[in-house]
Design a protein around this ligand. Sequence first.
Ligand code: SF4
Length: 115
Amino acid sequence: MSNNRSESASAPTRRHFLSVAVKSAVLIPMAGMGMARMAVAADLPHLSPSDPTAKALSYVEVASESKSSAYKAGDACDNCALYQGDRKADWGPCAVFPGKDVSAKGWCTSYVKMS
Ligand code: SF4
């Protein structure tokens, strides 16, 4: 009998602990995502076409000026699946060039048409 009483008395504590643990497990990663979004939203240095990786991928700041045979009219960073920025902004992050913003009107040979 006393065992039941002590269990029921401790049940809210256990429930409270589980509630806090579950909320923490959900909210802490969400807070991290918010911080990641803030980092993405911040302006990054612009990728230079003379950057070695940019050169290797024939990156240009104005897609229509590309001399690559892989370039097709209409392809541009702002309609590439790897572009991570606001599609209405002039510059934004790209999955291929971490830590840099690419020109939304740019292009490179890693272009992936958005589906
Ligand atoms: S991968 Fe896409 S978004 Fe990134 S630079 Fe190349 S074309 Fe632009």
